[in-house]
Design a protein around this ligand. Structure first.
Ligand code: INI
Length: 162
């Protein structure tokens, strides 16, 4: 029984990590494909381990991270998916236009989600070196693709409750 001076508890809304019946699109940038393929495998692993099904996943490859937003936006607008998971690897060592590629990818992915209301998840590695990217693609720093898919599952469920 509540005591006289007890403060009321807040109503907490949060997502459950159950991907059963959820439909996902994954957009993957082919540039640095060896790394991005590991992110894709990580994302699929998360979806499966949280009760999702490969039959509910569509994988779309685009040339590089710069092209992810236009494909992500179209997938969001199709209303066929509960979330769109964007995966890529932009490595500063590779290019003088790192900031443009990484910046446009981040901005465009955010706009696709905000403009459509479909959770559009930023799973693009932006690192100084190839080694740092490898560390985040299933070696000592985990797998950013797994994390991105887990975030997608969380967001689908929490948005359904709002
Ligand atoms: N695309 C990436 O996904 N990662 C990179 O590291 C990268 N570098 O280094 O240039 C990259 N460039 C290609 C870019 O995404 C576009 O595909 C290209 O500019 C054509 O629009």
């Amino acid at each position: 029984m509540a005591k006289k001076n007890d403060k009321p508890a807040p109503r907490v809304i949060e997502g459950q990590l159950n991907a059963q019946g959820m439909r996902f699109a994954i957009v993957a940038g082919r540039f640095n494909e060896l790394i991005v393929d590991k992110l894709v495998q990580g994302a699929l692993d998360s979806i499966r381990r949280h009760g999702g099904n490969d039959h509910e996943v569509t994988l779309v490859w685009v040339p590089g991270a710069f092209e992810i937003p236009v494909a992500a936006r179209k997938l969001c607008e199709s209303r066929k998916y509960d979330a769109v998971i964007c995966l890529g690897a932009v490595v500063r060592g590779n290019t003088p236009h790192f900031d443009y590629v990484a910046g446009e990818a981040a901005k465009g992915i955010a706009q696709a989600g905000l403009g459509t209301g479909v959770p559009c998840i930023f799973g693009v590695l932006t690192t100084e070196t190839l080694e740092q990217a490898i560390e985040r693609a299933g070696t000592k720093m985990g797998n950013k693709g797994f994390d991105a898919a887990t975030t997608a599952i969380d967001m689908v469920d929490v948005l359904r409750k709002l």
